[in-house]
Each structure stands twice: as C-alpha cells, then as structure tokens.
Design a protein around this ligand. Structure first.
Ligand code: LMR
Length: 344
C-alpha cells in the first residue's frame, strides 16, 4: 500500500473512532457536526487541503488555526490536514457537503462542477496583473460569484491566492504555440483547460493534485501547468526539465465553510472566526507573493531550463487561444469576462 494511502486510511480510522466516542457522549472535545456546541464544550473545525504545510495555503491554514484558538480562548480547535492526507481534490468537496470536514480551500478551478463561471481564472491571458485579480475577487463580481455556491451548502469566507500559472514539461522547451503539438498535459479540472491545450494541438487529462507527481514521473502525461510555488513544493523539478514562464492563467483559492456548521455557531464565535479569517487572509496574500518569487529561484537552482516569452510569443499564444474565448465566453458569462477585461 502506498504511504499516502496508509496515512489517509489511518487518519480516517482515527477520525471515525473519535466520532463514535463523541456521538456516544464519551469524548471531548466535540463539535464539527453542526456547530451547536453546548456551553463550555470545545468546537472542533477540521480544515482539509491538498498542498504542503509550507505552501501559502498550508501556512495560512495553520495561521488561521492559531488565530482561531487565540480569539476564542481555545473554545475553537482548528485541526489542519494538509497534503491530501484526509481528502483529495474531489473527495474534499463531497466531505464538505457532508460536514465530514468543515473547511476547505480548493483552487477555484475545481468548483467548475458546481458553477462553470469559476473557470474565469482559466481563461488564458485574461487577467493582466495581480492587482486586477484582487480587484475582481474583492469587488462586486467576485462576491457575486462566491454567493453562487450557497445553494450547494457552501459559504465562501475569503479568497486566497497562489499566483499565475506556468507550463512545465519533460520533452523540449515550449516557446511558441506549435511547440505544444502532440504533448499531453495534466489539468486540474474543467473544459476550459481542456480547450486551452486543444487549441495548441495538445492533449489534456484531469489528474488529482496528489497524484500528479507520479503521473509526471511515469510519463502518463508529459507536462502540467502550475504556479512556481506548487511546482517547487511538489518537487516537479525532479521529473520535469523545462519551465516556460507564461503566466497565462490564475491559481486562486476560495476558503469554503460548511454553511449549516457556520450558521449554527454561537454569534461571538462566528465573529471571532471571521476576524481570524481576515487576518489569515492578509497574511496569506502577502506570503503568496513572497513565496512565488522564492520558488522561481529555487526552480532555477534545481536545474530547470527556463524559457521566457517575448511580447511577440505572447501575441502568438493569444491568437491561438481565440477559439477558447469563442467557445467559453457565454458559458462563463460575458459579464464576468468583460468585468475582468475592464480591470488593469
Ligand atoms: C492543482 O491541483 O494544481 C492546484 O489546484 C493545487 C492547489 O491547491 O494549489
């Protein structure tokens, strides 16, 4: 059995045992089952995610746990499960809906199965700058998009960022659209990413984050697209030789909480957790920028061969991606696309 599978099974067994004890009234702390903790009981909030503990998301989840404990005088205990230990990409959303975890922070792309408009982050070369990204998510359109998740039982508490995505592969340098022909790339999810690679004459396969290193190592796919920090912390440089600094799409996160759990919390606890989330968000966004740059240096030092794009190369990619806009502008919603285009 793979080590990750063993760890996951062991954790699940421990959690199930804890649930049985709690349900039988033998265990404390309690909570995590609707948030209606009795006076004096500790509320447990499980926060599951897929990146490493030293990624921006990993560090911010830990920071949120510390702040939550501080601001509630330890009435809330946030347990963080990183690196897909507890749930992978697909299972974490199901687990959130079932309230088996109370908080997750998936990449926005992975919400495509619930609301296709979240693929806005995948539209190639749509966001011009980090400022535009923050203005979008913190503005009316971003808030409206987050609210579309509420009927699914999720509440969006914050947007965390990771950065712009870049291409890696193990065959040859990728500088022009035609260099992609015949290669196969791992994608996170969704038809936009599939269409993006199709427009370049390449194939695409959706693979969970936790299985991507092995897929690259075994040659199931030739390449993938990700932020410098994910490429670095997942050690893809061990199995990918070429890095193209394309910055063609975004990788952002929505911090989601199970809505019934959240609504069931005592008012003072909810206020304290909202404050903790706000502080953790400021910390995360700052850290994401710093770690992005640091990781780029790490990747060069690890021996990746870096290809930079000229403005002319970028123009050639924009042209190649026109069919993606024709096909998906309506699916995502022109309001969102035009809204982003209007931002600097
Ligand atoms: C990916 O699957 O590549 C990313 O969404 C992982 C993450 O959470 O940053």
């Amino acid at each position: 059995m793979k080590k990750g599978t063993w760890v996951k099974r062991t954790l699940l067994a421990v959690l199930s045992a804890a649930f049985v004890l709690t349900a039988a009234g033998c265990g404390t702390p309690t909570g995590g089952g609707g948030g209606q903790a009795a006076e004096g009981e500790q509320i447990v909030l499980k926060f599951s995610h897929v990146t490493t503990p030293d990624s921006p998301k990993g560090k911010a989840a830990q920071k949120f746990a510390e702040l939550a404990a501080q601001k509630t005088n330890n009435r809330v205990k946030v347990e963080v499960f990183p690196s897909s230990q507890l749930y992978g990409d697909k299972e974490e959303m199901e687990a959130l809906q079932a309230n088996n975890v109370q908080m997750v922070a998936p990449s926005v792309t992975k919400l495509v199965g619930f609301v296709p408009s979240f693929q806005i982050v995948d539209m190639p070369f749509l966001f011009n700058s980090r400022d535009a990204v923050l203005k979008f998510w913190d503005g009316e359109l971003g808030k409206k998009l987050m609210q579309t998740l509420e009927p699914q039982g999720f509440l969006g508490l914050a947007m965390w960022e990771n950065g712009f995505k870049n291409f890696t592969n193990n065959k040859h340098p990728l500088k022009r659209p035609e260099d992609f022909a015949g290669l196969k790339f791992r994608t996170q999810a969704g038809k936009v990413l599939e269409a993006q690679f199709k427009a370049l004459g390449a194939g695409a396969a959706t693979i969970p984050f936790g299985e991507t290193y092995t897929a690259l190592q075994q040659g199931t796919v030739d390449g993938q697209e990700n932020t410098f920090n994910n490429i670095d912390t997942q050690k893809y440089a061990e199995v990918q030789k070429y890095l193209t600094v394309s910055q063609h799409g975004r990788l952002d996160y929505v911090v989601l909480v199970n809505k019934s759990f959240w609504d069931g919390l005592p008012d003072d606890i909810r206020t304290a957790l909202s404050e903790a989330m706000q502080e953790a968000t400021e910390y995360e966004r700052q850290l994401a920028v710093e770690l992005d740059q640091q990781s780029f240096e790490n990747l060069k030092n690890a021996g990746m061969e870096v290809t930079e794009l000229t403005e002319e190369d970028r123009e050639a990619f924009r042209k190649a991606f026109e069919p993606v806009y024709e096909e998906f502008a309506e699916v995502i919603g022109r309001e969102y696309i035009d809204g982003v285009k209007a931002l600097k």
